[in-house]
Design a protein around this ligand. Sequence first.
Ligand code: PEP
Ligand code: MN
Length: 343
Amino acid sequence: MVIIMNPDATAAEIKSVIEVITAAGLEAKVMEGSQQKIVGVIGDKTKVADVAIDVMPGVEKSVAISKSFKLASREFHPQNSVVDVAGIKIGDGTPVVMAGPCAVESKEQLFEAADIVKAAGAQFLRGGAYKPRTSPYSFQGLEEEGLKYLAEARERTGLRVVTEVTTVEAIESVVKYADMLQVGARNMQNFGLLKEVGKCGKPVLLKRGLAATIDEWLNAAEYIMNAGNPNVVLCERGIRTYETYTRNTLDLSAVAAVKHLSHLPIIVDPSHGTGKWRMVKPMAFAAIAAGADGLMMEVHPNPAKALSDGPQSLTPENYQEVMAGIYKLSQFMKQENITSMDI
Ligand code: PEP
Ligand code: MN
């Protein structure tokens, strides 16, 4: 961090700033140019995170040089992390697919979806038992009953299960039934929840918040990691912009940005990212080409009858087509040694 002083800052004001820095156990170095005086701060700037340096007399502003997240940063861990979820490796160069309905609606619906998902080659079954719905009158999910169906579907198919946890109270049950906990977009900055999933002992899929910057998202990952859980996978799922044609604007540039800034694996959800089933295939292909470590897609045996997110859910036929394309694309990229990332 550097602290830029006002051009007319007095020696006493600079001295007070230095005292605050050194009192926190950090080193301060004063640089005096012809126009401006700057105080460089060396050491862990989180030690002065609670000090309002910017409002001290003589200070113009402070500027962060290094990132606020550490454990999630590539500087901290230069090699790509591979997250192992019950034997399935995410981030090892082979794209992983998580597919299934938006919500677990019934045992029959889930089993049918699970069979479809498995047959076309996904590794994970997704499906929400706790649904964070915009309206309190919309279907809220089957809760624990839904979790039981997910666990039964895993027995039936061998698929791993990823499902959302929306509250601290539900963590225990979700840990009992699922292989991976999903923290949804709406909870990306629910810091209490992040700290608790950080202690849960199972890998976490952290979706990007509806209006979160990449920095905020990586700081959310930092919360989970700082609580003791290094097994975090990020999921780009679109952000709010002025565009209304799509439900969200899928930010595929986030894949490249995250690969540069972080060692954590990142997957892409083109279903929530677009809100339109017709756009899922092209965005899924683009995500793989961009270097994503996998995809999350909504698939429903009968999207027209879905209790949530029908318009963005793939039919079994569409889904098979997408999967065949993803497989060919990733094979081609491997054969031709095409990697998107120059980290
Ligand atoms: C979901 O995956 O079911 C979901 C609710 O997604 P998001 O949190 O990205 O909106
Ligand atoms: Mn959904």
